[in-house]
Design a protein around this ligand. Structure first.
Ligand code: HEC
Length: 167
């Protein structure tokens, strides 16, 4: 081997080892206030995924929006009702991305029941909305039964708990 070849091998080793070291250093940097997000990139993503929560987190949001939708209909505040339907849809889509094993039980709710509620809101007929809301509630419970969560029984709210008032 001549000097030229040694030089090339040296450069090769320098670059590969150098890249590995800098890659490791880069991905191990703790980030976030106080450096709470630690570890390599995979560990950080795992932690963030955990922080986003599972289906229970989704359902706490859906439960709140379900009640708000009910009172929006009672108040004939159709824009607020539309707002809640959009956000129920979004929360469900995100939740199902995180927990795809729940997807088969969600089909009827996502493809039939929720679009039907949207139609009723567009129509703005309070009596029809309240009638449709019964099917909506039944659909929540149907999925809970299918998913082995039959002890989580949803009923139309009796009292307002949110500070949002239309009248
Ligand atoms: C895809 C099926 C599915 C549909 C549709 C569904 N749920 Fe759920 N729900 C679940 C599952 C599964 C749980 C338990 C989640 C867990 O513990 O991980 C749950 C839990 C809940 C909880 C308890 C959350 C908690 O942890 O405190 C509430 C409240 C709730 N659902 C409300 C609703 C309402 C209201 C609807 C209808 C608008 C609805 N759900 C529709 C599957 C569904």
């Amino acid at each position: 081997m001549n000097v030229h070849n040694y030089f090339l091998i040296g450069m090769f080793l320098f670059l590969t080892i150098g890249c590995q070291v800098s890659h490791q250093e880069d991905s191990q940097v703790a980030v976030g206030p106080g450096g709470w997000l630690k570890g390599n990139s995979d560990e950080k993503f795992d932690e963030v995924a955990h922080q986003l929560g599972g289906f229970s987190r989704t359902m706490v949001e859906v439960g709140y929006r379900y009640s708000e939708l009910y009172w929006a209909g009672q108040d004939e505040n159709w824009k607020y009702a539309e707002h809640q339907i959009e956000h129920i849809l979004e929360a469900m889509e995100d939740g199902l991305k995180r927990r795809p094993e729940r997807k088969p039980s969600s089909t009827e709710f996502m493809e039939e029941v929720l679009p039907k509620m949207e139609e009723l809101v567009d129509q703005g007929d309070k009596a029809a909305f309240l009638e449709g809301f019964k099917t909506f509630t039944a659909s929540c419970n149907q999925c809970h039964n299918q998913e082995g969560e039959e002890f989580i029984v949803i009923r139309e709210p009796q009292e307002r708990t949110s500070p949002v008032r239309f009248r």
